[in-house]
Structures are given as C-alpha cells and as structure tokens.
Design a protein around this ligand. Sequence first.
Ligand code: NAD
Ligand code: TYD
Length: 343
Amino acid sequence: MNIIVTGGAGFIGSNFIFHMLKKYPDYRIICLDCLTYAGNLSTLRPIMDNPNFRFVKESITNRTTVYKLFEEEHPDIIVNFAAESHVDRSIENPQVFLETNIIGTSVLMDACRKYGIKRYHQVSTDEVYGDLPLDRPDLFFTEDTPIHTSSPYSSSKASADLLVQAYNRTYGLPTTISRCSNNYGPYHFPEKLIPLMIANALADKPLPVYGEGLNVRDWLYVEDHCKAIDLIIHNGRVGEVYNVGGHNEMKNIDIVKIICKALGKPESLITYVADRKGHDMRYAIDPTKIHAELGWLPETKFEDGIQKTIQWYLDNKDWWETIISGEYQNYYEKMYNTEGLLK
Ligand code: NAD
Ligand code: TYD
C-alpha cells in the first residue's frame, strides 16, 4: 500500500505517520509538506532513513508537482492533513487559509481523479459545526448537524468538506471525511492552548486566557485520532463523514489550572486577556457512528494523556525551544504584546 500523507511535518500528521510506519511495516508512506511555520522537519528526523518513508517538500496547491508525485508514486490512498490550522491566525489573515485549505484540497482531488485512487481521506474538524451553547449540555454534534461556521479557519475547512462531498457525488471519487475535536499530545505547535501554557508556565511567563476562560473544548489524545483515521481509511464507508471525539469536555481555565498544578507553578500566572473575536463557546462530539460502525473508542483518559503530554514537553525542550526562539517569536510578540493582549 502506498499512502501520501500531506501535512505530515505538523502535529497530527507526524503522529499519524509514526503510527502507520509502526503498525504497517510493509506500507510505503510519502509525506508531502511545504514546511510552513507549523511544519518541522526535525520531527520526522528519526524516520528519514526508513526505506519505506519519503519526504517531499512541496505545497499541495502546486498542481504540477502534485501530479508529478502521483506519476512517480502511484498512491493508493491520500490522507490530507495539510492545512493552515490556527484560528487566531485566520482572523489576522484569512487569505492563505483559503488557498491551502480549499484550493489545495481541490488540487489533491483533481490528481486523484486523473490518476485513480482507492481512497481520498479529508482530515476535517468539529469546528465546521460552529458552536453549542454552554447551557445545553444535552446537545452534541452529530454527522447530521448543519455546517455553521464562525471563523475564517472553520469556514475554509467547511468549504473543503463541501468540495470533497461534491467530488464524491459528481465524479464518484471514493472519499471519506473525519471531523475531530481538539487534539493534544506530542509535537503540538506551541501557539495552541495546551503547549503554549506549558511553555509559558515553565518560563514563569503570564498564561493568557481569553475572555473568562469558560469556553469548552472536547479534548482527544492525538494517538486516538490517528487510530480513528487508520480505521476509516481501511474500513470506513465511501462517501461518509465520521465524527471523532471522546466525550471529554473541559473548560479552558480548568486545563490551565491542571497545567499549573502539574508543573508546580502558581495560578497567579493566569492572566485574563481580551476575548478572541467570534469565539466559539462549546464543542462536543457525538461519536456514536464511528463506535457503532468501526468499533472505535478513545483509549487514553485525559488524566493520563495530559500528564504524558506535559512530560513529553519536559523531555523534549529542544524541539519546542527551537520553535519559540525562531519566526514564531514575531507572531507571539505581535499577537500578545505589541497588539495588546498582554499589554
Ligand atoms: P499543524 O498546523 O500542526 O500542521 C499543518 C501541517 O501542514 C504543517 O506541517 C504545514 O507545514 C503543512 N502545510 C501547511 N500548508 C501546506 C501546503 N500548502 N502544502 C503542504 N503542506 C502544508 O496542524 P495540525 O494541528 O496537525 O492539524 C492537521 C489537520 O487536522 C488540519 O487539517 C486540521 O484542520 C485538522 N484538525 C486539527 C485538530 C487539532 O486539534 N489540531 C482537530 C481537528 C482537525
Ligand atoms: P486553540 O488551541 O487555539 O484551539 P481552537 O481554537 O481550535 O479550539 O484554543 C483552544 C481554546 O483555548 C480556545 O477556546 C481559545 C483558548 N485560548 C486561550 O484562552 N488563550 C490562548 O493563548 C490560546 C492560544 C487559546
């Protein structure tokens, strides 16, 4: 089996590649990633010499090179993780989200139509459903919940999902889509809530909590997401959408307090800052379909996953310290200091 994994130098894509190479030693994995600020080749260093692995530095929006790669590799499956993924950046600059997340998806699917494919899998997000109110804990996102987006990021992901469904219906492309809740775990880029709070707490820096910190996210350990995608690409029904999430809803402020406690840092580091524009209140997945059809259930409990994650950041300081000392510093300065969140 030849699998092209796009965005494999990012957080979830790299975890997925490690999972697949370990579980299927006879599969060939080709990682297509143009290494934006969020892509780290250092993450993939341990597998660069693996004869079943190839890294190609190129954008999914580049039709010529994407077609050339299909001609060279004759992939059976495409798993598309490549995306601009940070909501706050999408609020600052939506354009690149449209180019990568929408146009990139269409280029990949055009290649699938031209060269033939067994499966095109789109890694999507629960954010395409918009948000749920805090006072209705009985409500969850199902696969039938209408698309109702809030941010340029979620809108670009929803647009891509609609295109995937159109390519399935119009051209008969064998597609599947997974819509997962918030992931956490190793190699999570330190602009996102959990790694940002770990890095700041370790440096005794303020912990910037948006609004009142009451927004709820449904956190899933990244390995459980990778296992869900593995099941979907092998056993999922063509044309279907599968929601992925583990009924693990947490308020942001509670997560930040857990991190403070685990690191022995005072809660006085917590600093409430201006809220995100259009901030979604609550995400909560109903995973009944993937459980019933594919037998998937999350395996890592949050209490264990968060401790493993914190330990990973303690053991792998080189990985994230290199990142936060580079280009990322300009983003952090602009977002949290110059423009005022922490001023
Ligand atoms: P990430 O930002 O950590 O990684 C994205 C990767 O895509 C990077 O390696 C980057 O270099 C690459 N990339 C960006 N533009 C590209 C382009 N034009 N061509 C090729 N590569 C490109 O993202 P992540 O958190 O690993 O998310 C992966 C996917 O999962 C995304 O599609 C995201 O929407 C989805 N998702 C993420 C979460 C989450 O909690 N992180 C939850 C649900 C779904
Ligand atoms: P994030 O990790 O950006 O994921 P998403 O917006 O895709 O859910 O943010 C998770 C939650 O944490 C979200 O409600 C915004 C909040 N947040 C903060 O309070 N402070 C921060 O510095 C960041 C990055 C996020």
